[in-house]
Write a protein that binds this ligand. Structure first.
Ligand code: NI
Length: 220
């Protein structure tokens, strides 16, 4: 399941990221965190660990993991890593799959949060390889795209302007994508029944089912 989440970041957090991104001294070659294969494909810049970056990343992690839709769709146990990446003109990231294990944890879901206005740069689409076709994504500033970590994907060359994004990985409590999707559907049904009101018994049974599926499937 590929899920876009609109307006995940408030404007103030987008602005803080952009301000950091304007300081070249905070950035290093993105190849520093890539595996041996990805090193040959990766051409971007990444914010290196530093106090201002760490403070902002902590705030961002809380916003992302606390978001209702992320909770329902990803069931995050941890956000494993969060990186601020910058693609200046000519930069790109060739077709690759993300590392299965990062910092000792399995990566189940990957996400990209777009921070630049789509009109401010050309190229730079995130292209995800699906069985039927390749799908390009270029979302509004502040929107997040959640996708399975087991896909091949690439970032097309930026031909004008600058593409600023946050990229991260989630270790989910639910390992199996099909089970995660079923819980997501159930969560949405619960929300619909709750907003309709006056169906207390149905709601109680749905909540019981959610609880017991989580108990059966949670890989904690
Ligand atoms: Ni990737």
């Amino acid at each position: 399941m590929i899920l876009p989440v609109a307006s995940l970041l408030p404007p103030a957090l987008i602005e803080s990221c952009r301000q950091l991104a304007s300081d070249d001294s905070l950035f290093v070659d993105g190849r520093s965190t890539a595996g041996w294969h990805a090193k040959r494909l990766k051409h971007n810049l990444q914010a290196r660990p530093s106090a201002p970056v760490a403070t902002l990343m902590k705030q961002l992690m809380a916003t992302i993991s606390g978001h209702e839709l992320i909770q329902a769709a990803a069931r995050p146990k941890h956000i494993i890593r969060l990186l601020l990446s910058r693609y200046d003109e000519g930069m790109h990231y060739g077709n690759h799959v993300d590392d299965a294990i990062m910092d000792g944890q399995r990566t189940d879901l990957s996400f990209t949060i777009f921070l630049s206005d789509p009109d401010s740069y050309d190229g730079g689409e995130l292209v995800i390889d699906e069985p039927a076709a390749e799908r390009p994504f270029k979302l509004a500033a502040g929107a997040l795209l959640l996708y399975p970590s087991n896909t091949l994907h690439q970032v097309m060359p930026v031909t004008r302007g600058q593409r600023l994004v946050l990229v991260g990985w989630i270790r989910s409590l639910i390992r199996e994508p099909a089970q995660r999707e079923l819980l997501f559907d159930l969560e949405r049904s619960i929300a619909q029944v709750r907003s309709a009101g006056d169906q207390a018994d149905t709601l109680a049974l749905l909540l019981k089912t959610r609880s017991n599926l989580l108990r059966m499937w949670a890989d904690d």
